[in-house]
Design a protein around this ligand. Structure first.
Ligand code: FES
Length: 118
């Protein structure tokens, strides 16, 4: 069982993202990260997202992408509310806002069998 500030490393294999309290904690090929859980677009839970081939955290709702090292949105959403599809202009506008209003970032390190948030 994990406590709020840690998770067992075995529960966080490469590519996985999990919820640890208010944080989305993930594993990018052995490098762990922790960012605040709410997407800057429409507040989806980023702990239900995924890590893409570039190591970015992808939102589960409209696929906004985040640099987990800085919390910056590097690609805006493809859709809004229940619509999923192209949204030219809107995508770029939200991405611009997401570069300013970044996710919070916390250091996540391996300690023994656990990944601990510092
Ligand atoms: S809620 Fe995350 S991209 Fe829309």
């Amino acid at each position: 069982m994990s406590r709020p500030d840690r998770i067992r490393a075995a529960d966080l294999p490469p590519g996985a993202v999990r919820r640890v309290g208010d944080w989305a904690v993930g594993n990018r090929d052995g490098r762990y990260f922790a960012v605040s859980r709410r997407c800057r677009h429409q507040l989806a839970d980023l702990s239900e997202g995924s890590v893409d081939a570039d190591g970015c955290l992808v939102c589960p709702w409209h696929q906004s992408r985040y640099d987990v090292r800085t919390g910056e949105m590097v690609e805006g959403p493809h859709g809004f509310l229940g619509y999923h599809g192209p949204t030219p202009g809107y995508t770029q506008l939200i991405a611009l806002l997401g570069r300013i209003a970044r996710l919070r970032v916390r250091r996540a390190v391996r300690r023994g069998d656990d990944v601990v948030l510092e």
